[in-house]
Design a protein around this ligand. Structure first.
Ligand code: AMP
Ligand code: MG
Length: 490
């Protein structure tokens, strides 16, 4: 019994919420990585889970008696088109633990074999996307951004066939829950108001328990989810993260980042940046993310209308009012974030223009977003025109002009540069999981060399620290290393 504390509150919901299913055994499991600090946080026994029996559990070959694995039902808008039934086609919720902080967390196997929702898929995951999700989700957690986590990655010993033959792997994913906007859409599409109410009440109890006594609980739920997603997307924007597939089935009610498929961090700042090979029209480009989030939230609001009021006009008015709160929530987080990134400790008129102008200078200079901010902090004690930030620009003139304004602004605040640098470096990462490094890591792992995986994971999970000897992981790609497209995680 390797997962003794697992319960499964979701499996207690009505049968139409999921499909009971079991993982399909694999031939030769081999542990790639186990996340010990996360196991400790979850109160799981790392020693047992990394032993031979534990490994069999993490890959789905054996699981403790009494466990009720389920594949969750959900629907979703994929690139704007509604698909009434998606569901976990290659994932199984093993159960839940209550972590050391008292929070209920899902333990899910991803790539554990087919389920009722697999459609034509094989229910499996390839090694590359599993490692990408592991690294990027753990990097996001280290950056302080709400996200699902990665507890373990295991090779299955079985090949999966995509365009080519690839090694198969299983990821153990941990989430506050796997409930998505698409979960609500699944029941809304079936006009199953009873299920919607059960689901909404479950979400309130699990994610927003303080709302339980509200006079208008479903409007309050909408408000909370709008705020959580506004906060999330603003945080993505502040680190240059592009999710890549913001379909409504890939947006959680909890406000955690989920489903790391063709995601990427920007190198050079470009608001129109898009990497996903399947996003031909740039629907999910960097700068579109807040707009897409509001569109997705409008779809969520629609599912709640029957719960909000028997009077449809009243429900619509309430929903519209709540949806309008996205912009203010988003801007608050974004503006506070950019102030911090620029090292501004006070608020002054013109700060937002200063930040917007820096982004403009970065864009025009095709300069690296992450290093651009990081080096402002590095350069606090250097002479005007001598710093390392300006080296990021082909033509440093525009940067110098902006920098003079910025230096004047920070000089108006009484703080020593060491303190200011510390506050800037605490929000401007030095290390992000750069796309070209991830591709190189996947290439190496596919031929059995996991050294780059261990290296990049070590580096990006301490994103704000200087790490002597690891500077190459901070560098943007050379032209021949640039990754122009990322592929979906299937
Ligand atoms: P995603 O693009 O990963 O968000 O997945 C979209 C839908 O396709 C979800 O319902 C997945 O469960 C399903 N899916 C993706 N890959 C597979 C696969 N290899 N086998 C079965 N279902 C899959
Ligand atoms: Mg998905």
């Amino acid at each position: 019994m390797q997962l003794p504390e697992l319960s499964n509150s979701y499996a207690q919901l009505p049968e139409r919420f999921f499909s009971r299913s079991e993982p399909k055994p694999v031939s030769e499991p081999r542990l790639i990585r186990f996340n010990r600090p996360l196991a400790d946080e979850l109160g799981l026994d790392a020693g047992q889970l990394t032993g031979p029996d534990g490994l069999e559990t993490l890959v789905g070959n054996r699981f403790p008696e009494g466990l009720q694995p389920v594949a969750l039902a959900y629907a979703g808008h994929q690139f704007g088109n509604f698909v009434p039934q998606l569901g976990d086609g290659r994932a199984l919720l093993l159960g839940e633990v209550v972590d050391v902080n008292g929070n209920r967390r899902d333990i899910q196997l991803k790539g554990s074999g087919p389920t009722r929702f697999s459609r034509n898929g094989d229910g499996r995951a390839a090694l590359g996307p599993v490692l990408r999700e592991y690294v990027v989700s753990e990097a996001m957690a280290a950056l302080g951004i709400p996200t699902t986590r990665s507890l373990a990655a295991v090779l299955t010993g079985d090949p999966v066939y995509r365009e080519v033959r690839l090694p198969g792997a299983v990821l153990t994913r941990v989430a506050s829950s796997h409930i998505r906007i698409g979960t609500f859409q699944y029941f809304a599409a079936r006009r199953d108001t009873e299920a919607l109410k059960i689901l909404a009440d479950y979400c309130i109890q699990r994610h927003f328990p303080h709302l339980a006594g509200e006079a208008r609980p479903y409007g309050a739920l909408l408000t909370a989810v709008v705020a959580a997603q506004a906060d999330l997307v603003a945080r993505w924007m502040l680190v240059g993260f592009i999710h890549g597939v913001m379909n409504t089935d890939n947006m959680t009610i909890s406000g955690e980042t989920i489903d790391y498929g063709p995601c990427a961090f920007m190198d050079a700042y470009d608001p129109s940046a898009v990497f996903s090979s399947i996003d031909r029209h740039g629907r999910y480009a960097y700068a579109n993310q807040p707009r897409v989030a509001t569109w997705n939230l409008a779809r969520f609001a629609e599912t709640l209308l029957p719960l909000m009021s028997a009077d449809e006009n009243e429900a619509v008015a309430e929903a519209e009012h709540v949806l309008r709160s996205f912009q203010a929530s988003y801007e608050t987080v974004l503006q506070r974030g950019f102030r911090r990134k620029l090292g501004l400790l006070t608020e002054a008129d013109g700060d937002l223009q200063l930040a917007a102008d820096f982004l403009d200078v970065l864009a025009r200079g095709e300069a690296d977003f992450t290093l651009g901010f990081r080096r402002l902090g590095d350069d606090l004690d250097t002479e005007e025109g001598q710093g390392t930030a300006r080296q990021l620009f082909q033509d440093p003139g525009a940067f110098d002009a902006w920098s003079a304004r910025w230096r004047e602004r920070i000089a108006s605040e009484a703080t020593d540069s060491a303190t200011r640098r510390a506050t800037m470096h605490a929000v401007n990462p030095k290390f992000i999981p750069r796309n070209h490094r991830i591709e190189q890591m996947i290439q190496a792992a596919s031929s059995g060399d996991f050294t780059p995986f261990d290296e990049i994971l070590g580096v990006v999970t301490r994103p704000f620290e200087e790490q002597p000897g690891m500077e190459r992981y901070a560098e943007p790609p050379r032209p021949d290393e640039r990754v122009l497209q990322t592929f979906c995680g299937t």
